[in-house]
Design a protein around this ligand. Structure first.
Ligand code: NAP
Length: 413
């Protein structure tokens, strides 16, 4: 099939040299607009990105955007939701950004997002959650929230290994387990498998530990449910400690050592490694918020926990995300397609805009990210906000449309 992708003539691809990305001044970056609210928030985000790059570099640098397709738009063009050409293009261009995608309804479809993360081995889902001044919050001290969640992105119950109740496969698995391992699984059960490997765990924890060191953060917390799921979540915790001990032993001390050897005072240059059981972590992050910094956790815990953290500081409309592998990175808003708002130019584009900030940091164009973050905060402080924040703020605030909010950010550069 002929290519459906128009490669921009003005740009150059990002290349890989000696294991490092080389970013040209006019890098080609593929983007997926997304379904539902995707086109609205993408249009607004691109407007902000281009203006911020122009402000930072006065034309010396510029992104050459290249549209690639997934979801409903791809179905119309290729007659499939996730064309191979899309996956290959991200593979070849290393860095991409996307809006949300609908999970097609019907037998046999897996989430496009999950599939993209798995086939590109983007094993770390990185979700920074912090407070921007002016954002309404349901808690008393939202400034205490400043965590970066590293969620394992390829395994756990998200691996997609599951069989519907009554299917031949489910019955065979149940019969096998009941007869070979003397389990007592009822025949009217659906079955899901939860694989957690040493390799994927260590890859994730390595990224999180590197992040702590490179960004001069204080602690790394492993969040798990190992008291119940010993050989998956419990092993995740053990492998996490092992990796930190093996590869960063000179930089980290355990929480127990902090008290037994150092009387609770962190020695200069050292970081803390600790762990929490997932259920207790949900109350800790509410009640002792500032004791948590960087978090490493399996897929499902990370999904829940990052949304719960985001709820304290403005909700899903404000929550950015990145899916990162050894080299490749796919940046995306944390929320879904919010289908009821499709085409209404209504929702908050901040999640995708802040995902772009992460992308600019990854490109080492940090100035651009800084311009955007400062202007976003200024805009919200002036109560120039979309409906989701307007309804939480005191007073009679007229919400801005998605496009008006983007324009307000640029006007506040
Ligand atoms: P959702 O799209 O995240 O929307 C749930 C609610 O969150 C919305 O109704 C809205 O709340 C709020 N919200 C989401 N995005 C917002 C924004 N930008 N600004 C302001 N508020 C926002 O969740 P869903 O309705 O459960 O999922 C819809 C589809 O998205 C599903 O097909 C799902 O599979 C998919 N999905 C995709 C991704 C992804 O692409 N990474 C992630 C999650 C879900 P109010 O109603 O209170 O205004």
């Amino acid at each position: 099939m002929a290519s459906k992708i128009l490669v921009p003539e003005s740009g150059k691809p990002i290349t890989l040299k000696n294991g490092q990305l080389e970013i040209p001044d006019y890098p080609i970056i593929p983007f997926i607009e997304g379904d539902g609210i995707g086109p609205d928030i993408w249009r607004a985000s691109k407007y902000v990105f281009d203006a911020a790059v122009e402000k930072a570099y006065g034309g010396k640098r510029k992104i050459a955007w290249m549209e690639i397709f997934a979801g409903d738009k791809a179905k119309g063009i290729y007659d499939e939701y996730l064309p191979e050409e899309t996956v290959e293009t991200i593979r070849n261009y290393y860095i991409a950004i996307k809006g949300p995608l609908t999970t097609p309804i019907g037998g046999g479809f897996r989430s496009l997002n999950v599939t993209l993360r798995q086939v590109l081995n983007l094993y770390a889902c990185v979700r920074p959650v912090k407070y921007y001044r002016g954002v309404p919050s349901p808690v008393k001290q939202p400034t205490k929230m400043n965590v970066v969640v590293f969620r394992e992105n390829t395994e756990d119950v998200y691996a997609g290994i599951e069989w519907v109740m009554g299917s031949d496969e489910a019955k065979r698995v149940i019969n096998f387990l009941n007869s070979e391992f003397n389990t007592k699984i009822s025949l009217d059960s659906g079955i899901g498998i939860k694989p957690i490997s040493e390799t994927a765990t260590k890859n994730l924890v390595r990224k999180a530990a590197e992040f702590v060191i490179e960004n001069d953060r204080t602690s790394l917390t492993i969040v798990h449910k190992g008291n119940i799921m010993k050989y998956t979540e419990g092993a995740f915790k053990d492998w996490g400690y092992e990796l930190v001990q093996q590869e960063f032993g000179d930089r980290f001390i355990t929480e127990a050592e902090l008290w037994s050897k150092y009387d609770g005072k962190l020695p200069e240059g050292k970081k803390i490694i600790k762990d929490r059981i997932a259920d207790s972590m949900f109350q800790q992050i509410l009640t002792r918020t500032d004791e948590y910094d960087v978090i490493a956790t399996p897929n499902l815990n990370g999904d829940y926990l990052s949304d719960a953290c985001a709820a304290q500081v403005g909700g899903l409309g404000m929550a950015p995300g990145a899916n990162i592998g050894d080299i490749h990175a796919l940046f995306e808003a944390t929320h879904g397609t919010a289908p009821k708002y499709t085409g209404m130019d209504k929702v908050n584009p901040s999640s995708l805009i802040l995902s772009g900030v992460l992308m600019f940091q990854y490109l080492k164009w940090a100035e651009v990210g800084q311009i955007i973050e400062e202007a976003l905060e200024k805009t919200i402080l002036k109560k120039q906000v979309t409906y989701d924040l307007a309804r939480q703020l005191e007073g009679d605030i007229k919400p801005l449309k998605t496009s008006e909010f983007a324009k307000a950010i640029v006007d506040n550069f």
